[in-house]
Design a protein around this ligand. Structure first.
Ligand code: ADP
Ligand code: MG
Length: 702
């Protein structure tokens, strides 16, 4: 059955904005840039203010400065003299109780003559002022004839604008759009609707665009809440449909007998934490089950995700299948390989590494071994999902730092086998609210208890003027055998300029500390980076004490001796990123310090954000604070996180709706997976209305 297309009832609002009367291509372009190209985009654009034009006094009673709508007789036009176009165009008016002059700069004579003809009565709306004891109104906001009174003497909604659009033009377009908004069948459960006291979609839409007082602009009004709920419901329903589709896909049962896991466990120099154990149990249960696993493993930097991933991978090997771990950078892939390979070897399993650096014959040989099933364990980068890579029997794909990959890339790896189980890992905890919004009911495991013996990092903040003191502190640390990370932010659009900045800092520190200062940045080749890292981690002949770096060291990179991290212009980094960076130190037995230097341009919020880092070391807490301080949109790039773009939902004030909508959606999908009941049909319309079309085809057919 071909996917159904958009219901006809929605056609009027899915036309281009230029289909509206009075909206030509020029205004259309501006609207498109601000909102989108379809009429429905206008409907979602909610007012942010009001102008009350209901005050309509006689001229003798008029309070200057207050917005008023006046009924006046147009007495006489006074165009500026032909030799002085700078003079305003003046129009004298009166109402029997007083007089007022309308003032137009660069007024067009023919337009004004036809809009405000002498001898006629007209309505003019705007703020009048007293000028040398005479009333005047400069450029009335609106003018009209008496039969337009209803349109003028009202509370006018004020919409956020963009350059090139005026309030009147946008208001007119939105009014036009509202006129096309159809009555739609109700998709909400009648009991729920009644309990909440909500209007129908159509009526709620009319209400939000007709605010009468400031309180009507709050996101918590009944009408706004109803529309927000519609939007989250569409989003959650789409997620539920896709999820249930994935669940119905025949998965494969991957059952391990535990013998390799036991060997790995014995080989580990530590015992697993409680939350590691729980995560492993959950993952093994998913793998054993008949459906495909899609699980997110969240845990702070250093919480021990690798060990969990390894156990999951070993489970696949026990079942005679293959496992792959994909990391976002070469450095990270190597680090994982360095951890995993020896442990796997102790269990008698070979692990191979595949990155973009493998080329030519060795690469081909490696690919052959993967295709034949000769190797069962592979760690790599993006190189793992190149077209020419085939697995013999891939059962599980582990994706580290999942947010660094696009959804597309993650799926490519999952497509490399037959019903591959997917374990996503992240050290950037996703706040609960965003998690729900982005993934609905994605299965999740959290590593919240830190491995024992981990030292807390003492974090301090200071103005960048204290750089000199910082350098002196560095000297003392080095004298005591410590190692120092010195991080410079990426600031410019151009990588070349950034590299110049770190290179300059490197040179300055070398002058001061001599040769034992190294440099890594993104423009170096993998080999060059490796060489520097090897010196910093003490694996080369000559050692480094200080490593000047850009955020290439953000993830991975284990240097147990590193005790100090200095971050220049910390305000330019995201909180989560700073927390990640800080996680690079304090991995050994010594106390560690992180110094966040902020620049002069750092504002109040920026400093408050840094304070959060000073006060807590819990990545989950930091993620919540980051959300509070920055707003949802900024915390995770929308595309990266898979976070849907909401038009009407304000994640802060509508947070409670998420869980309700999720439960609602689950119930709908379990009761009416084909969306064929009357409510189901209405819900299809809802999905189309919020452009979740792609999900509609997952409404099970037959
Ligand atoms: P992340 O979650 O950041 O990927 P890793 O898996 O790299 O963390 O683990 C960080 C360090 O902690 C590694 O050196 C690892 O060997 C160690 N580790 C992991 N689990 C434990 C544990 N249960 N007890 C002690 N150390 C552990
Ligand atoms: Mg890790």
């Amino acid at each position: 059955m071909p996917p159904r297309s958009r219901p006809e009832v929605l056609f009027p609002v899915f036309a281009p904005v230029t289909a509206l009367k009075g909206i030509g291509p020029r205004i259309g372009k501006h609207i498109e840039r601000l909102l989108g190209e379809q009429i429905v985009d206008l409907l979602w654009h909610l007012p942010s203010g009001i102008i009350d034009r209901r005050y309509s006094p006689s001229l003798s009673d008029l309070e200057p400065g207050r917005i008023a709508t006046l009924e006046v007789t147009i007495n006489k036009h006074h165009p500026p003299p032909a030799d002085n176009r700078r003079m305003p165009y003046r129009i004298d008016c009166s109402d029997g109780t007083g007089e007022i002059t309308l003032i137009y700069f660069h007024g067009r004579k023919d337009y004004l003559n036809s809009a405000l003809p002498e001898g006629e009565v007209r309505l003019v709306s705007g703020a009048a002022e007293l000028y040398e004891d005479r009333l005047q109104m400069t450029h009335p906001d609106m003018i009209g004839s008496l039969d337009e009174r209803e349109n003028l003497m009202r509370v006018q909604p004020v919409y956020p604008l963009t350059e090139g659009l005026s309030q009147n033009m946008l208001g007119k377009a939105i009014t036009g759009a509202l006129g096309r908004a159809p009555e739609l069948p109700e998709w909400l459960d009648p009991a729920f609707l009644k309990e909440r006291g909500w209007d129908s979609w159509h009526d709620a839409l009319a209400v939000v665009h007709k605010p009468l007082e400031l309180a009507d602009l709050f996101s918590g009004t009944r009408a706004r809440t109803r529309l927000a709920y519609d939007e989250v419901l569409a989003s959650q329903l789409a997620i539920s449909l896709v999820r249930s589709h994935v669940r119905r896909q025949p998965g494969r049962q991957t059952v391990g007998d535990g013998h390799l896991c036991t060997r790995v466990r014995d080989a580990l120099p530590f015992s697993l934490t409680g939350s590691q154990e729980t995560a492993i149990i959950d993952i093994r249960a998913d793998m054993q089950a008949g459906h495909r696993m899609l699980r997110l493993l969240q845990g702070d930097v250093g919480s021990g995700k690798t060990a969990v991933a390894l156990m999951a991978m070993m489970t696949a090997v026990e079942a005679g299948r293959q496992a792959a771990l994909m990391a976002p950078t070469e450095i990270l892939a190597q680090q994982h390989y360095a951890t995993i390979a020896p442990l796997a070897e102790k269990a008698g399993v070979e692990c191979v590494l595949l990155t973009g650096r493998d080329k030519g014959k060795p690469r081909i040989a490696l690919l052959e071994r993967l295709a034949s099933g000769d190797v069962q364990l592979v760690v790599g980068t993006h190189a793992l999902f190149q077209d020419d890579i085939a697995f013999c029997n891939l059962a599980i794909a582990v994706v580290d730092e999942q947010h660094r990959f696009g959804v597309h890339q993650r799926m490519l790896l999952a497509d490399k086998g037959n019903a591959v189980d997917v374990l996503l890992m992240t050290a950037t905890p996703i706040p609960r609210t965003l998690m729900l919004a982005a993934y609905g009911d994605l299965d999740e495991s959290q590593l919240r208890d830190k491995p024992v013996g981990r030292k807390a990092v003492v974090t301090t903040t200071a103005s960048i003027d204290r750089l000199e003191d910082a350098a002196n502190g560095v000297r003392r640390q080095i004298d005591r055998g410590g190692k120092v990370f010195w991080v410079c932010p990426l600031v410019e659009e151009s990588e070349t300029i950034d590299v110049a900045a770190v290179t300059a800092r490197h040179a300055a520190l070398q002058q001061r500390f001599g040769d034992r200062v190294g440099l890594v940045h993104g423009k170096m080749t993998g080999k060059e980076k490796d060489a520097v890292m090897a010196r910093f981690t003490g694996k080369a002949e000559t050692e480094l004490d200080i490593l000047v770096a850009t955020t290439v060291i953000e993830v991975g990179v284990d240097v147990p001796d590193a005790t100090v991290m200095i971050i220049e212009h910390a305000e330019r980094f995201g909180l989560a990123q700073l927390h990640q960076l800080r996680g690079r130190i304090g991995r050994g037995s010594r106390d560690a310090t992180c110094l966040l230097l902020f620049g002069h341009e750092a504002g109040k919020t920026a400093r408050e954000r840094l304070r959060v880092l000073r006060e807590t070391d819990d990545g989950f807490e930091i993620a919540e604070q980051d959300l509070r301080l920055r707003g949802a949109g900024d915390v995770l790039g929308t595309r990266q996180s898979g976070l849907p773009v909401f038009r009407l939902v304000d994640l802060e004030s509508h947070a409670e709706l998420l869980a309700i909508a999720r439960d609602d959606a689950r119930l709908i999908v379990s009761r009416d997976p084909e969306l064929k009941s009357a409510r189901g049909e209405a819900l299809r319309t809802l999905l189309y209305l919020f452009e979740r079309d792609a999900a509609v085809r997952y409404a099970r057919t037959g």
